[in-house]
Design a protein around this ligand. Structure first.
Ligand SMILES: Cc1ncc(COP(=O)(O)O)c(C=O)c1O
Length: 388
C-alpha cells in the first residue's frame, strides 16, 4: 500500500482526538474534567429551529447551490455590513460546511505547490495541515521579544518571494490574544504593497472582553472588494454555540469565491440546506445569546486566571477573547505532551499540549466549562504539581 506524500505528511487533529479520549474515559465512569474543549456549552439560539423544522417536515430536503443559498448569502451580506461596515454582494460570498472548510477551499483557490503561507505561533492546530493539503508550505513567525504579540517586523523576517498568503486569527486560538488594530493595519498595508493575500480568520471576533470591539480589516483599505486580496473567514460555530451545525463562510474577491464554489462543487457539494436555514435564523435572530455567552466567558476567564495564579511558576498572558488560555508550564516541564499526559493520567484533567499549536512547554486550557469545573480542574493540577 502506498500513501501519498501529502497524506503521509498529515497528522491527526490533536483536539478532536482528545474529545474522543474524554468520551471513552467518561463512559468508563472516570471523573474527567475536560479543559481541552473548543466549544461553548450554551444552547444554540431558539431562532435556529422554526425554518429547519418546516423544511424537514416537507421531507423534501435537496441539494444546496455549491457556494450556499441566496438567502444564506443575504444573511452574510447583513453580517458583513453589521460587523465589518463593508458592503458586499452575493458573488463575494461562499458558504461552506464550517469555517474550516471555508479556509481550506480559500487556500486551495490561491495556493500553488511550493507557495508559503505564513501565520503566527502559537497557531490553530489545523493551519499547517490545511496549508499542506492545498500544496503549500506552512511557515510560522513569532514575536522576537518573546511575547505573544508579533509585529510587522517579525512578519517581514520570514517573508520571501514565495509567500502567497498570511493568516491572522484574532482573537487567537490557543492564546486568547487580541492583536492590536495597529498590527492588523500594518498587515493590510504590507499585503497590499506586496500583492499577497491576507486571510483573516475571524471565527472568534465577537467573543472578546475587557472593552475590546471586533476589528474590521476593511477599515484599513480603500480597495474595492473585487480588487482586494483580503479574505475574511467566519461562521456560526463559536459565537452562536453551533459547532455541530457546520456552517461557515468566506468573503472576498468574486473570482476567488467563484473558484471556491467550483472546489466545493466537486468535493462536497453545497453545505447542508437545513443547517443554512438554522444559520440564517441565528444571524437574524435575537443576539442576546452572544452577549450572554461573552459575559459568561469573561467570568470563567476571571476564575481561570485567579486559579492559575495560585500555581507557583506558571505564567499566563491574560486572554482577552475566545475561550482559551495558553499557560506557560516550562517551570515544571518542557515537554508539553508528557505534561498533558501526566495530568490526564493522574488528575483526570484534560488540557491540550502546547506543541500542537507550535509551542512546547505550554498547555492550552479552555474555560468554556462551568466555573466549578474550572476551579476543580485547576485545583487538581495545582495539587499534583506541588507534590511532583
Ligand atoms: C481558529 C479557528 N478557525 C476555524 C475553526 C473552524 O470552525 P468551524 O467549526 O466553523 O469549522 C476553528 C475551530 O476550532 C478555529 O479554532
Amino acid at each position: 500500500m502506498k500513501i501519498s506524500k501529502i497524506g503521509k505528511s498529515l497528522s491527526e487533529s490533536v483536539t478532536l482526538k482528545l474529545n474522543a479520549t474524554v468520551l471513552a474515559m467518561r463512559k468508563n465512569g472516570e471523573p474527567v474534567i475536560h479543559l481541552g474543549g473548543g466549544e461553548p456549552k450554551s444552547k444554540a439560539p431558539a431562532s435556529t429551529i422554526k425554518d429547519v423544522n418546516e423544511l424537514l417536515e416537507t421531507r423534501k430536503v435537496r441539494y444546496s447551490p455549491a457556494a450556499g443559498t441566496p438567502e444564506m448569502k443575504d444573511a452574510v451580506i447583513k453580517y458583513t455590513k453589521d460587523f465589518y461596515g463593508k458592503d458586499v454582494t452575493r458573488e463575494n460570498i461562499a458558504i461552506s460546511s464550517g469555517a474550516k472548510q471555508a479556509l481550506s477551499a480559500a487556500l486551495q483557490s490561491i495556493v500553488d505547490p511550493g507557495d508559503e503561507v505564513l501565520f503566527p505561533t502559537p497557531y490553530w492546530v489545523s493551519y499547517p495541515d490545511i496549508v499542506k493539503i492545498a500544496g503549500g508550505i506552512p511557515t510560522t513567525f513569532e514575536a522576537a521579544n518573546g511575547s505573544l504579540y508579533p509585529t510587522i517586523k517579525d512578519v517581514k523576517n520570514v517573508y520571501t518571494g514565495n509567500t502567497k498568503a498570511i493568516i491572522l486569527n484574532s482573537p487567537n486560538n490557543p492564546s486568547g490574544v487580541v492583536y492590536s488594530e495597529e498590527f492588523v493595519k500594518s498587515l493590510v498595508e504590507f499585503t497590499e504593497e506586496e500583492g499577497v493575500f491576507l486571510i483573516m480568520d475571524d471565527i472568534y471576533h465577537r467573543l472578546i472582553f475587557d472593552g475590546y470591539e471586533p476589528i474590521s480589516c476593511y477599515k484599513f483599505t480603500e480597495k474595492d472588494i473585487n480588487d482586494s486580496q483580503i479574505i475574511t473567514i467566519n461562521g456560526v460555530s463559536k459565537q452562536y454555540a453551533m459547532t455541530g451545525f457546520r456552517i461557515g463562510w468566506a468573503v472576498g474577491d468574486k473570482d476567488i469565491i467563484n473558484t471556491m464554489k467550483n472546489i466545493q462543487g466537486h468535493l462536497t457539494s453545497g453545505p447542508n440546506i437545513l443547517m443554512q436555514k438554522a444559520a440564517i435564523g441565528a444571524i437574524y435572530g435575537d443576539q442576546s445569546c452572544v452577549t450572554d455567552l461573552v459575559s459568561q466567558l469573561a467570568k470563567n476567564r476571571d476564575v481561570l486566571v485567579e486559579e492559575l495564579g495560585k500555581i507557583d511558576g506558571v505564567k499566563l498572558e491574560s486572554p482577552h477573547g475566545t475561550f482559551y488560555s495558553f499557560a506557560d508550564f516550562r517551570h515544571y516541564e518542557q515537554d508539553s505532551i508528557k505534561l498533558a499526559t501526566e495530568l490526564l493520567e493522574n488528575t483526570k484533567v484534560v488540557t491540550v499540549p502546547g506543541i500542537a499549536f507550535g509551542k512546547d512547554g505550554f498547555l492550552r486550557i479552555s474555560y468554556c466549562e462551568s466555573a466549578e469545573e474550572i476551579r476543580e480542574g485547576i485545583t487538581r493540577i495545582r495539587e499534583y504539581l506541588m507534590k511532583k
